[in-house]
Design a protein around this ligand. Structure first.
Ligand code: IDP
Length: 139
């Protein structure tokens, strides 16, 4: 059975451009409840750890620099079928391929600076949520 938790980050460009409100509005209107939320900045080391699964990919170094370039907003979200439904709400990795009405269609600037992260499995949603939040930060 699909889980009811996913993890997201509003990425540095979208935070810098003042889109925290616009993006969280789309998230809430998409039927997700915000269980935990934090504005923070990743060091290069922490960003490297978060994206470790991509370390063999050619864009890894740039991605780590970009994700540590400014503050992000991390959130745990709750909804039935959370992981799959949130991937639908954010749209394709490359905003040129993102459907109308998706967060990336509205806010992403490029394939790298694509406004938001969304977990790709229930297992990763747990790992990524635990990366940022302790039990007493979830409500
Ligand atoms: P996802 O975020 O849609 O799950 P992934 O393939 O897991 O996409 O890639 C993680 C992140 O790495 C993307 O959100 C994006 O910021 C960056 N990325 C992915 N592909 C490229 C690329 O071809 N060039 C530059 N950055 C990329």
């Amino acid at each position: 059975m699909a889980g009811n938790i996913t993890f997201t980050m509003i990425k540095p460009d979208a935070v810098a451009d003042n889109h925290i409100g616009g993006i969280t509005k789309m998230i809430e209107e998409g039927g997700f409840r915000i269980v935990a939320m934090k504005k923070t900045r990743l060091s290069e080391e922490r960003a490297g750890k978060f994206y470790e699964v991509h370390k063999e990919r050619p864009f890894y170094g740039d991605l780590v620099k970009y994700m540590s370039s400014g503050p992000i907003v991390a959130m745990i979200l709750e909804k039935d079928n959370a992981v799959e439904d949130f991937r639908k709400l954010i749209g394709a990795t490359n905003p040129a391929q993102a459907e109308e009405g998706t967060i990336r269609k509205v806010y992403a600037k490029s394939i790298e600076a694509n406004a938001v992260h969304g977990s790709d499995s229930d297992e990763n949603a747990q790992i990524e949520g635990d990366f940022f939040f302790s039990a007493d930060e979830r409500f």
